[in-house]
Design a protein around this ligand. Structure first.
Ligand code: RIB
Ligand code: CA
Length: 307
């Protein structure tokens, strides 16, 4: 069981991941970031989630926009008007005792080498924390990111042919985080799109909250992809903490395209030719999940989430 902070743009698959995280890890706090919804809405959603499940963890609001790119609209067609399926009244405000960057810095200083950060939204808060206080980087036990796409298993992007949403929302932040020197595991679309749960399997969890909020996502998926189900994008970060042996991993330096039609693409040097490339010179290696035992992972997620 790891001590974790979850950095999230809490939308629907984030909620599944946070539920999975509270059942298998020790959540020290939740930091919110602009992504599926605004940072304000993500903060309200995180508070609603904590109240519903009795999760005692501080919520700290983070960045309302990317480092450079103008914020794009919330993806209401996938996550609903409020990011949580638009089916629950949310009485909470978006104010928090401290902001996400302060919470991250304070927590890593207070618990050196003990805490893992699980990033399941755009990486803006992490880039800001690393820029403001680079001395916390060596204090972080591990960083697990849901993000990116490298083309394995045919998955190259979901916001463009080349870019995955969490990276695409703030490519400059992602590139800075990929260049930081800390143990990092990337859980990209290459594996998350290999673990799909159906609407029927969600109903069989008998978790009314997850079942209710998932409806809009399932309807969108049926209309858009002809599949009444959802990929366990964010939950697979938690699965890595539970069963890393279920993943096939390569280790490569990672950069992010910051221009042109590949803006937001995650890039690794794959050439068999030892071509020197200053873009990757002296960069730390990142663990990238390129394969997954989908059957085992799905079974573990469903068994754990089932009430
Ligand atoms: O591309 C999938 C990611 O984008 C997930 O984190 C999902 O919640 C959305 O934020
Ligand atoms: Ca997310």
């Amino acid at each position: 069981m790891e001590k974790i902070i979850i950095d999230t743009d809490i939308g629907i698959d984030d909620a599944f991941a946070i539920r999975y995280g509270m059942l298998t890890q020790k959540i020290l706090g939740i930091t919110t970031v602009n992504g599926n919804v605004t940072a304000d809405m993500a903060t309200k959603n995180a508070k609603l989630f904590c109240k519903h499940y009795g999760l005692e963890a501080p919520v700290s609001k983070g960045a309302s926009r990317g480092l450079v790119i103008e914020p794009s609209d919330p993806i209401t067609d996938v996550h609903g008007s409020d990011g949580m399926g638009g089916c629950y009244e949310n009485p909470f405000d978006a104010d928090t005792k401290q902001n996400a960057v302060q919470f991250l810095i304070e927590t890593f200083k207070a618990h050196p080498h003990e805490v893992t950060i699980v990033a399941i939204g755009p990486l803006t808060n992490l880039a800001l924390a690393f820029n403001l206080c680079p001395e916390i980087i060596p204090l972080i036990k591990k960083l697990v990111i849901m993000g990116g796409a490298f083309g394995f298993n045919g998955h190259t992007g979901n916001m463009s042919n080349f870019a995955e949403f969490n990276i695409w929302k703030d490519p400059e932040a992602a590139d800075q985080v990929m260049r930081a020197n800390l143990e990092t595991v990337i859980v990209p679309l290459d594996v998350t799109y290999e673990v799909l749960i159906t609407g029927e399997e969600i109903a069989a969890l008998h978790d009314k909250f997850l079942g209710d909020i998932a409806k809009v996502y399932l309807d969108f998926s049926l209309k858009d992809e002809g599949f009444y189900g959802m990929a366990m994008h964010d939950a697979l970060t938690i699965e890595y903490l539970c069963h890393e042996e279920s993943f096939k991993v390569i280790e490569k330096p990672v950069r992010v395209s910051l221009a042109g039609f590949t803006y937001g693409q995650t890039l690794i040097p794959l050439s068999k030719m030892p071509i020197p490339d200053d873009n990757f010179k002296d960069l730390p290696l990142k663990k990238i999940c390129i394969g997954v035992n989908s059957k085992k992972v799905k079974e573990h997620i469903l068994t754990t989430l089932k009430i």
